[in-house]
Write a protein that binds this ligand. Sequence first.
Ligand code: ZN
Length: 271
Amino acid sequence: MRRLCVHTITTKPLSLEECLVEFPRRGISGITIWRQALEGRDLEAVARQTREAGMDVVSLCRGGFFPSASTAGRQAAIDDNLKAIEQAHAVGAPLIVLVCGAVPGQPLAESRKQITEGIAALLPAAEQAGVKLAIEPLHPMYADDRSAVNTMRQAHEICDALGSPKSIGIAVDVYHVWWDPELKAQIDHAGQTGRLHAFHICDWKTPTTDLLNDRGLMGEGCINIREISDWVDATGFTGHREVEIFSNRWWSVDQSQFLDQIAASYSQLYS
Ligand code: ZN
């Protein structure tokens, strides 16, 4: 199962320890760890356990949420992101995915300015820790309170404004960007600028019954996942393809069966 990674949130009912048993059993070679899966755990032990399980830690999810109406709120966000950088370093995650944040009622342009300033404040610590950061553009339906960065173009603009340091790039998640008429051109640009840091897959269901927790397994929806994936690979990207599914429906079934279906769906997609 070449290049297959699964996010711990995808199998939310499983503990991190269970993921480290169940994932490799199905040939899943990468794991992206959500910070809530680390709660109450010794981070060095987690690093050792993932190594012993033969798994690559692909990234830590997630940092971000920079905008706030108050200076104190923005500083608290920076402090939390600095903590995430320490956590990523400790568990051996080379990358942190940033869900950049937004404040309802605050102009999106102001939020993007605060996001840029927030990331700028993290860059020295990220570089020192050897941890990269990836801006994940989110679907515009989340522009009110989850992210003011909704397209690849906007993510590139922030990278440009930061002076294009190597440590900052973009996470391409098909769920968020599949509709974008500029997608192929922006993926090409990410390849050319060395910014393509991560690739997330799942599917878009019709109808979507919950704006957050009704993502589909690959093949259940209408996203041209294989085509987008081929665009990503054409840039020279050789990283993992990360299955990230928030789904009340999938979380309610037996997670062993779900993982079997993820493996089957992935095999079919990349056969
Ligand atoms: Zn994602």
